[in-house]
Ligand binder design. Structure first.
Ligand code: UDP
Length: 463
């Protein structure tokens, strides 16, 4: 490693929705801003789905990737602890290894960016360098996260029991039924961890978010200028999105893409619920019947049902040995074999969404999937499951106008036939592409972060 180049270290928390955009951010620092980058990836499961992006990032030779297997937290949290509790504790327990690895580096870093769940790394005292938090979601989610300690004082009782929306100064209010998972139950440990995070992520020189100026102008303005909101953000906000994994190389093509080649343009709906989403048996059956009745062409990424846990495969992405015929309605696979493809566990999502035959995406509205759909100009049907996905679904349907709700399942047909949704999706796609281009708002935001780090690097006497 040449010591003349500034060195950045990035810390990604578990989950593909975190790892993928952190790797993309890292690549941008290398290719556009001349950094050496080391990405620390804390992996929760050794699933092929999770290792694939790490392997391809490592083999690209652009980045130095260090995998830190997550600490064993079984004695620290209950077996049924909520996702946020588990991730925050996992990060807390793994940070000492991150700290030791940085201290041992021959070329000390001049920039540290930590994914939001790793916020405690921002307070490691000996790390004297520009430090930033990275929030892989929207500015609206960020505003809610920063404001939750205030809501905690203002609001009595459970948020979900309120009749009125929660007011966020200068931002769209949040409907009680849309609150993020950690706010569903105030006595749950994940609520306390989430509130600590709302304060902890501001102990940085700035906060990067996977959004862009033109997507959320009002919320970004409130975070910067509205007195009652900006006092909680405390530090500058840098929208650097939309950061998503680009389409892979030709050789990644498989049978699925060959099948798509044979379908008419915009005729296929892609159905997938991210890396962690799962359904109950009843929901799976409902979805299967809905697809079959709609006679719509489809690709459906399925996972075995898990009752009462919509984030059931978050820590086990892409694992499972059952065949879909073991849990889908009897005869479904045979009856739909001419119109649809069922893929167990995991599919090459970016390649599918960007294929011209795909005209709609029935999605859990994870922010990574949403951005991938936006950058392919594909409208969505919103079926949020957990985390901040209900907020995302509301923004997509009511504000951006690029998604509809599946109130009645045949809407899956409607989304393909509604031209205004598709036109709107293409407009949002263009705005995202503009933001990323050289001179675009997100490009410029990241340039400002890079400049601060380069100045620091020079101040240390580096050549
Ligand atoms: N993903 C994929 N194939 C799948 C499911 C998910 O490639 O079958 C990728 C998807 O492209 C996205 C990420 O996994 O980049 C999921 O991130 P997102 O934020 O949408 O959701 P999360 O998994 O965090 O709920």
């Amino acid at each position: 490693m040449e010591s003349s180049k500034p060195h950045a270290v990035l810390l990604a928390s578990p989950g593909l929705g975190h790892l993928i955009p952190v790797l993309e951010l890292a690549k941008r620092l290398v290719t556009h801003h001349g950094f050496h980058v080391t990405v620390f990836a804390i992996t929760a499961s050794a699933s092929p789905a999770e290792s694939q992006p790490l392997r391809s990032a490592a083999s690209s030779k652009l980045l130095h990737v260090v995998e830190l297997p997550s600490a064993d937290i079984s004695s620290l949290v209950d077996a049924d602890a909520a996702v946020v509790t588990r991730i925050v504790v996992m990060m807390r327990e793994t940070i000492p290894r991150f700290r030791a690895a940085i201290s041992a580096m021959k070329v000390p870093p001049s920039l540290m960016i930590v994914d939001l769940f790793g916020f405690e790394a921002l307070e490691i005292p000996e790390f004297d360098m520009p430090k930033y938090t990275y929030v892989p979601s929207t500015a609206w989610f960020l505003a809610l996260t920063l404001y939750v300690p205030t809501l905690d004082v203002e609001v009595k009782g459970e948020y979900v029991d309120r009749a009125e929306p929660l007011q966020l100064p200068g931002c769209k209010p949040v409907r009680p039924e849309d609150v993020v998972d950690p706010m569903l139950e105030r006595r749950n440990q994940q609520y306390l961890e989430y509130m600590r995070m709302g304060v902890g992520i501001t102990k940085a020189d700035g906060i990067l978010s996977n959004t862009w100026e033109d997507l959320e102008p009002t919320t970004l303005k409130a975070l910067r200028d509205h007195k009652a909101m900006a006092q909680f953000a405390k530090v500058p906000i840098y929208p650097v999105g939309p950061l998503t994994r680009p389409v892979g190389k030709e050789e990644a093509r498989g049978e699925l893409l060959d099948w798509l080649d044979l379908q008419p343009a915009d005729s296929v709906i892609y159905v997938s619920f991210g890396s962690g989403g799962t359904h109950s048996s009843e929901q799976l059956a409902e979805l299967a019947w809905g697809l079959e009745l709609s006679q719509q062409r489809f690709i459906w990424v399925v996972r075995p049902p898990i009752e009462n846990d919509p984030s059931g495969s978050f820590f086990t992405t892409g694992k499972g040995g059952e065949h879909p015929s073991d849990y889908l309605p009897e005869g479904f696979l045979t009856r739909t074999k001419n119109v649809g493809v069922v893929v167990p566990l995991w599919a090459p999502q970016v390649e599918i969404l960007s294929h011209p035959s795909v005209g709609g995406f029935l999605s859990h509205c994870g922010w990574g999937s949403t951005l991938e759909s936006i950058l392919s100009g594909v409208p969505m049907v919103a079926w949020p499951l957990y985390s901040e996905q209900r907020l995302n679904a509301t923004m997509l349907t009511e504000e951006l106008g690029i998604a509809v709700r599946p109130e009645v399942l045949p809407t899956k047909r409607v989304v393909m036939e509604e031209n205004h949704l598709r036109e709107r999706a293409k407009e949002v796609m263009k705005s995202g592409e503009r933001a990323l281009r050289k001179g675009g708002s997100s490009y410029n935001s990241l340039s400002r972060v890079a400049s601060a780090a380069i100045s620091f690097h020079k101040s240390t006497g580096a050549p």
